[in-house]
Design a protein around this ligand. Structure first.
Ligand code: APR
Length: 249
């Protein structure tokens, strides 16, 4: 067993309360590109021109016909991978509590995780800018963009754009879960976007052990985190779950 995996298993098995923080990396093996790095979404779309709330309000038609159209095709056809299923399996084994995700793809819930905080919202839902009514994205006609509500208002995705605050309930619950855990699995995030990237710091300040799963080191590595298991989330979670199951017997 790899040394890092052995350390991670030791932390998980001795933990009273483990939570996870996940990012785009856990969904890469589901065919969803990350936001940063080669072949990423922000390499194709400048986030300040396409993913900032002011840009959306200035020209919703443009954003609907470009960024949102691109994401819609990828997100609506994605399925969870071994990374998502691994966290759900740890939950079933009583070794995983809350999953705080920065992802808007809903794949943790599809994999069976039952306590998921959607820190940046969920792409599958829309709300009207005028009356606030909510609707599933599958119910709007993709040919008629931007989609309009019966009240005449324009629908926006229920995701957090740059320039917007995190939904207060999601932020509160995430800060609490981070402050109360004694192990945090940080999977597939570059840990560069606040306030999500601060959750491992809150957990560490309260004495929790931070375990990263990522092919690359991040700003947390060696400062806030104790273990970095270098590898793809799906592959590493398979290794981790089978190691845990072999020891829990
Ligand atoms: N398994 C695990 N990690 C991976 C994999 C993989 N198969 N492939 C890539 N990664 C890692 C990368 O090394 C990187 O550290 O996933 C991370 C992806 O980083 P980002 O693209 O920056 O995504 P994320 O950290 O989730 O971004 C945070 O920024 O743009 C906003 O709102 C958006 O939620 C997003 C936030």
């Amino acid at each position: 067993m790899r040394e890092e995996i052995a350390k991670a298993v030791e932390y998980l098995l001795s933990s009273r309360r483990t939570v996870a923080l996940t990012g785009a990396g856990i969904s890469v093996e589901s065919g969803i590109p990350p936001f940063r790095g080669p072949g990423s979404l922000w390499e194709k779309f400048d986030p300040m021109e396409y993913a900032h709330i002011n840009a959306f309000l200035k020209d919703p038609e443009k954003i609907w016909k470009t960024l949102i159209a691109e994401m819609r095709d990828v997100l609506m056809n994605a399925a969870p991978n071994a990374g998502h299923f691994g966290l759900a399996r740890l939950e079933k084994l009583g070794l995983m509590g809350t999953v705080i995700t920065q992802n808007i793809d809903g794949l943790h819930q599809k994999a069976g995780s039952t306590d998921v905080i959607e820190f940046h919202g969920n792409f599958a839902w829309l709300s009207c800018l005028e009356c606030g009514i909510r609707k599933e994205i599958g119910q709007v006609n993709a040919a008629d963009l931007p989609p309009r509500c019966d009240c005449g208002g324009i629908f926006r995705p229920d995701c957090v754009f740059f320039g917007e605050l995190i939904p207060p309930e999601a932020l509160d619950r995430s800060q609490q879960a981070s402050a109360q855990c004694d192990v945090m699995l940080v999977v597939g995030t570059s840990a560069t976007v606040q306030p999500a990237a601060y959750m491992p710091v809150i957990a560490r300040q309260r004495g929790a052990a931070i375990i990263e799963i990522n092919p690359e080191p991040t700003p947390l590595t060696g400062t806030t985190s104790q273990v970095l298991v270098q590898g793809k989330a799906g592959e590493v979670m398979n290794e981790l779950v089978s190691a845990v199951e072999s020891l829990k017997k």
